[in-house]
Ligand binder design. Sequence first.
Ligand SMILES: NC(=[NH2+])NCCC[C@H](N)C(=O)O
Length: 479
Amino acid sequence: MNGSIYVSSETARLRSVLIHSPDSGLGKVVPSKAQDWLFEDIVHLDTIRKEEYDYYIKLLLYFLDEGKIRGRLATIDAPENDRGFYKPDHPDFHRSDKVIELQVLLTDILQNEAIKSQLVASVCAIEACSYEIQRELMGYPADALARVFFSGTYNETELIFPPIPNFIFTRDIGIVINDHILLNKPQKEARKREALIAKYIFFHHPVFSAYRDNIIELTDTQHHFLLPNDAEAERVTLEGGDVMVVCHNHVLIGISERTSREAAAQTVKRLFEKNVVNKATLVKIPHKRDYMHIDTLFTQIKRDTWVLLGEFSNARMKGLQSDELHRALRLQNRQADGLEILQFEKGNLARPRTFYSLEELLVDVSVQDLGCPRHSVRIIYSGNGEFPYDVREQWTDSCNLLAVKEGVVLGYDRNDRTAAAFRDAGFSVIGVQQLLADLESGRTDTDRLTDTLVLMPSAELSRARGGFHCMSMPLLRDR
Ligand SMILES: NC(=[NH2+])NCCC[C@H](N)C(=O)O
């Protein structure tokens, strides 16, 4: 596998990405646990795979590893092949080294007995398994063990521990910042096992061996474990959806329901010390489920174009600020509710710059960091900025898009008004089936595509509460 990692932007052509296809654990989410496991609903496993996620794999392969797919679509999808191409443990699996499946990496490292025994012991420790189960797991072959780690079951009926259905959101397990990897420290119990597995993969898989010294891990401070009640406020938690590398020297870090102030501060400190970046903007957003990470509120489409929830636009902010009552309420609520944006530059920590709206920050990134003329910067609003479509579509990830190259982004087909706003902004909007047909027939190719929103089927996927930005951990993008 090509081991090189480097990501210094949100939109430059994607060359390699870490993903995880929905495993059988998604089909084990039960209504009584759905909320604890961070799903708002239960999903239909077959549909999410065949009708939705498979299209994502096809499109990613077309962009990142064309040789695996071009001219083969009809065969790959022939019913008699039973989706072998998409199943990580099937002999026909694509095994791309550009669209990298986490399950493959986990299975690889579990071949090593020492790593296997450490990981089994660690998983059993956090899941409070008996020693007997631990010994039993040690007897499993690597591929079966990997499946148990994801799904929580070895026979598909008896659960040893809960599944980790959120592992499809690989964005949240770690972030590549230039040639460094920042590992997460999840806020939610339901995502702890993901972080543990990710840590073992990044430290032990040969794909990442050249980067072992470039892995950044966050740790709890003594203030957290010495203070009474585990001092919630002092906890160090960070999830990848809150980190965006917008430019080779500038990273945005959200302070959110999931990422704590402590963690954001620690991250900036480490990134500055290691000279990874010299500018960091902390973006504190209201702590609430619908806004769990900053990438649920905005993502970048191309250097001068962003999609944003209108709530955080200049116009909305100005409106609120001129309204006396709102101003008073916002002041009172500042702690939990307010938006606060502080930009730090290395060597000048005492004097951060402030921004009054998210839109102001995004425009500034396009102009100052990426050199776009001010008049060319465009903000596309979720649901075209119209209530109630803006918030409805944000809830189903209209703002959580993945750029596979500058201006070409993947989003959910259910967000109609947002798609209309893209059209108004001059983008082509095309369904993934049509696009794949066009690519396969040679009517278009990935190099020629510009300014395009690709609509992906989403009835089931969107219930898992994440979009394609969350469903991807970019490892390599063009510089
Ligand atoms: N980067 C993101 N926005 N990730 C979305 C994660 C969704 C997942 N169900 C959770 O609540 O954790």
